[in-house]
Ligand binder design. Structure first.
Ligand code: SF4
Ligand code: MG
Length: 280
């Protein structure tokens, strides 16, 4: 993997104040952070025009390390805070970094309603299939029969498909990739930020220290190799026979459509009401 240029490290990271980071050795959160800041550096967005918002969890520590405007908020509430920021200053690029537990359990309602409104937020959902920071409990994406500290005999619940959930709720840009696919992640982050509506990127990631150990996944390198070997780009899957696609996780842009964006609709409403004046 290419190293991060010094310029990006100096401009985009609080490298002299907040490092070393808290993530375990081998965690893929750092890889995802690298992909995000490379994407932003490539877009040449002024740091003052970016806001990164998070809730609670391992991946939600990310705003601590970036030198943008940042908000590190309550568990599950990142999208609610981000909605307030975006409505107040629609010109800002508002990025939410969140995990599977944070976004689809405690924050599930904020996720589906932001998608329904089509507010122009970029949600980067880092899915490691478990609550890492809080001790390895089952999350809504813990696979059926996988082990968690709250499911020592195997998870009896079915798991959420996050991209299907987002599309069902109305998200207008939805994509899936993995922490292994760094170039793909960079491209998707750029596209999602440029997309004028609610964007969600699900990034499959690894928690080798809790999920990996509990489920005997073979360590950080093996978990990354599994992301490579067990996934397929949508473009390739279309050309393969069904037996070669069965059981693979599909990567790529699953939806990209333009429909009215919430802040613009709201601004139009304010203009219309003000033009009419206050009615008795
Ligand atoms: Fe990463 Fe898991 Fe460690 Fe959290 S607990 S930092 S997700 S490896
Ligand atoms: Mg998680």
């Amino acid at each position: 993997m290419a190293t991060i240029p010094q310029r990006v490290i100096h401009e985009y990271l609080r490298h002299d104040k907040k490092f070393p980071h808290v993530w375990c050795a081998g965690c893929s959160n750092g890889i995802v952070l690298g992909s995000i800041i490379r994407a932003l550096a490539g877009m040449n967005i002024d740091r003052d025009d970016i806001v990164m918002v998070s809730g609670i969890g391992c991946s939600s520590r990310m705003p601590v390390y970036v030198d943008f405007n940042t908000l590190h908020t309550l568990h599950g509430r990142a999208i609610a805070y981000a909605t307030g920021v975006k409505l107040h200053k629609p010109q800002l690029k508002v990025i939410v970094v969140t995990g599977d537990g944070d976004a689809t359990a405690i924050g599930g309602n904020h996720l589906i309603h932001a998608a329904r409104r089509n507010i122009d937020l970029t949600v980067i959902l880092i899915n490691n299939n478990i609550y890492g920071m809080t001790g390895g409990q089952c999350s809504p994406t813990t696979p059926h029969e996988a082990i968690a500290t709250t499911a020592p005999y195997g998870n009896i619940e079915p798991d959420f498909n996050i991209c299907d959930l987002a599309m069902g709720a109305g998200a207008s840009y939805v994509a899936r990739t993995t922490a292994f696919h760094t170039q793909e992640t960079q491209t998707m982050v750029k596209e999602a930020i440029e997309h004028p509506g609610f964007s969600l990127i699900e990034i499959i990631s690894s928690c080798p220290v809790i999920f990996g150990r509990l489920n005997k996944k073979g360590g950080p390198a093996q978990m990354l190799k599994d992301m490579r070997d067990n996934s397929l780009p949508l473009s390739a899957a279309d050309k393969l026979p069904p037996e070669k696609v069965a059981g693979k996780m599909l990567r790529g842009v699953l939806r990209r459509e333009i429909r009215p964006e919430f802040c613009s609709v709201y601004a139009d409403l304010v203009k219309r009401v003000q033009a009419k004046g206050v009615e008795a």
